[in-house]
Design a protein. Structure first.
Length: 45
């Protein structure tokens, strides 16, 4: 099990919103790594 799954299971067991937010941030950081991360997450014109 990866970190996301562990934290998600804690959220399901406890219903604690902090676990949900942590799982969300883990998932987003994993998605950013998978996309190859070009520069920053925002672009300026």
């Amino acid at each position: 099990m990866n970190n996301y799954e562990i934290v998600w299971n804690l959220f399901k067991k406890t219903g604690d919103i902090r676990y949900f937010l942590l799982a969300k941030s883990i998932k987003e950081s994993e998605d950013n790594e998978d996309s190859g991360r070009e520069g920053t997450s925002f672009k300026r014109d």
